[in-house]
Design a protein around this ligand. Sequence first.
Ligand code: SF4
Ligand code: SF4
Ligand code: SF4
Length: 246
Amino acid sequence: MRETLAPFAGILERKINPILAALQALPDDVDRLAKPTPPTFPYGFPLDQLGIPSIPPQPAPAQPETPPTPPEPPRYLRPPGAVPFADFDRLCTTCYKCVEVCPAHAIQIDQYDLVAGLRPFIIAATQPCVLCDALACMKECPTHALRTVDHRKIQMGTARVNLDLCLRETGEDCRICLDTCPIRSPETDPAHPGAGDALFIHQPTGRIRVRRNACIGCGLCEHRCPTQPAAIIVEPYRSPEDPIIA
Ligand code: SF4
Ligand code: SF4
Ligand code: SF4
């Protein structure tokens, strides 16, 4: 038998030896498959080998329980003589003639619909209405969105004092708003001195008080008040039913 197979010994060795080698390597392959697969690196090597620390997985950002409060819209006034808000929006054609003629540059343009629905407006803290003698805006308005009324009949809003901010609460004898206010009793009424003043000092508290049926909301007091924020501000007039002018 050995002699018979001798001529084929080389062929048999080439066939059998790979099988024997594979059988010997079998335990190593089983061990390798049982171990976890090593991580793969997108660049062929771990980044920390280049001194770049690997970034651990980040937790998802915590969601706030309540959404943030949107900023308050700016508090603005309509120009003096404006009809109530719904009618004003209907009548005003945004011609901006009132803006052009205001000598104090108090009336602003809402060209990009950011503040007052494209219509003219006044921010008292920036530049209040100075009640010019001509009352030019009212007379120039071609649509009667601004009516021509007497100074004392203007209703832009009503002033309100914040006692937490007023300097008089700290003992200072501040009278700036009082001295600035243009709505005073007629000097021809000596029988009732001060009875028509929009602002007065209440006794015995010494506090500034607003006479609501006299204040026209021009905003001069807010503009001149030295505190930050102003201790006296004008709440805008919105409609004839608005309780602030009751
Ligand atoms: S003049 Fe009258 S219509 Fe023209 S923008 Fe002023 S309020 Fe509106
Ligand atoms: S009354 Fe005179 S100062 Fe006041 S907003 Fe009209 S134009 Fe300007
Ligand atoms: S807004 Fe101020 S300054 Fe103007 S009338 Fe009223 S209290 Fe006087």
